[in-house]
Design a binder for this molecule. Structure first.
Ligand code: SF4
Ligand code: SF4
Length: 435
């Protein structure tokens, strides 16, 4: 790709210099950046990356392998956005830059094709993902996984394949799209009309959390519509250089949910919720969808955000005594949606919960979408740090509101031998509900 095309591509999505001018170069973001913490190099910091993106976008710097690598080394955790006093929207810049670098000779074409295939053809296709998940379930349950792991054959094929295999979460017994009826009425009076987005990976790998969410919403007095033709939110594609496809999914979801009359769209996955709240921005230049996207995004709520606002008076089993519990902030809840106090308030308000704060709770665990798959070694550095902090709390339960973090921390419990149960907060609530 020529420099001219790089420039045009970037300018097309970053239409004015304003976005760059916002950065005052103050460096407040450096202390919270996991990649800067590792290398101590300016180019691995938010400020350094902004400067590089600006130079490439203005045609003052050649696209290079270093540029491409730095864009992909970034976890897109958006901790820098939370720390930034100027409100610089760094995430949008790096995601745009990733679209550009994926089209250059500086990233492996095979890698990009594989990533696109996995995300477009497997993750985004409900039926193919279910087929793939069924295959994985057979592999996990039949004993084949044990044999393959102990034989070390995957390591012989590729070290990365062996790592990725270990990251795969346990596939749910039943998938939630089949278990959740399209219309569910509450156990008492209808207080709210809500819709529910069950996600892609949540649907096959964390289906129980989806079912727990429906049960808790029912207790809260929600009439719940779960549109059958909803699709993956597109966040994994959008964060990984394939915004075009992500927006196709966004439009499909908007069309599907528009068929229903509802107050809130409830999501229990931080990554999905953050991305769906961003549809309004992502589609603001689309004449057909701008208004619809604005309406759609304004209704999206994370389930813990909703619970904290509603303060429902639920009937809890007062005999229940959960173990010492801590909380890890998913980046896309804490930094992208700025939801940090609400889950803590809810958790601490649960009867019998013994809560302890986690040090560096909002430091990325290294999952970061598919970062742990494509950059396993870098991701494990962050995970080791997270697991040390979790171990120091002596907690027996760690709560977090994102499937990626749950899978990653679960992997950490085995890899770093930390005895802790990883749960979604909604599952803890469901466990304490009076039967
Ligand atoms: S998104 Fe995270 S890793 Fe990337 S520059 Fe910001 S703080 Fe650093
Ligand atoms: S904190 Fe914000 S303004 Fe300061 S250097 Fe970082 S991105 Fe720029």
């Amino acid at each position: 790709m020529s420099k001219e095309i790089d420039y045009k591509e970037l300018i097309k999505i970053l239409p004015s210099d304003d976005i760059f001018q916002q950065c005052m170069h103050c460096g407040m973001c450096l202390a919270v950046c996991p990649t800067y913490d590792l290398t101590k190099m300016e180019r691995s910091s938010p400020r350094g990356r902004i400067s590089m993106i600006k130079s490439v976008a203005r045609g003052e710097m050649e696209m290079s392998r270093t540029f491409a690598d730095e864009m992909n080394f970034c976890l897109d955790c958006q901790a820098c956005e939370t720390a930034c006093p100027a409100g610089v929207q760094y995430g949008r810049m790096v995601e745009t830059a990733r679209v550009v670098v994926d089209n250059t000779k500086y990233v492996s074409k095979t890698g990009v094709m594989l990533k696109r295939f996995l995300l477009r053809r497997i993750v985004a296709s409900k039926n193919v993902l279910k087929l793939f998940s069924n295959f994985l379930k057979f592999y996990q349950k039949s004993g084949l996984q044990k044999i393959i792991r102990s034989s070390g054959v995957l390591r012989l094929i590729s070290k990365n394949l062996a790592h990725v295999e270990k990251l795969s979460p346990i596939i749910s017994e039943k998938f939630s799209d089949k278990e959740i009826p399209e219309l569910v009425f509450p156990n008492g009076l209808v207080k709210h009309n809500v819709t529910f987005h069950y996600g892609c990976l949540m649907n096959t790998m964390f289906a129980d959390i989806n079912l727990d969410t429906i049960e808790v919403l029912k207790e809260m007095g929600c009439k719940i519509i779960t549109p059958k033709n909803q699709v993956c939110c597109g966040s994994l594609m959008g964060h990984n250089g394939d915004m075009e496809f992500a927006l196709k999914l966004a439009r499909k979801n908007i069309d599907e949910f528009e068929l229903h009359d509802y107050e809130y769209l409830i999501s229990n996955s931080a990554g999905c919720g953050a991305f769906m709240k961003d549809y309004a921005h992502l589609l603001e230049d689309d004449p057909l969808y701008a208004e619809k996207a604005k309406r759609f995004s304004s209704k999206v709520k994370d389930v813990m955000e909703f619970f904290a606002e509603e303060k429902p008076e639920l009937k809890f089993n007062l005999e229940f005594k959960p173990e010492l519990t801590t909380y890890h902030d998913a980046c896309h809840l804490a930094h992208a949606q700025k939801i940090t106090t609400q889950p803590r308030e809810v958790i601490k308000s649960l009867p019998g919960v013994n809560y302890t704060e986690l040090e560096e709770a909002s430091w990325c665990c290294g999952s970061a979408g598919i970062y742990n798959v494509v950059r396993y070694e870098d991701s494990m550095v962050q995970l080791e740090r997270k697991m040390k902090n979790i171990k120091n709390t002596n907690a027996k339960i760690v709560l977090t509101g994102n499937p990626g973090c749950m899978g990653q921390i679960k992997h950490g419990t085995e890899k770093f031998k930390v005895d802790v149960e990883v749960l979604h907060p909604i599952t803890l609530i469901k466990r304490i509900l009076k039967k």
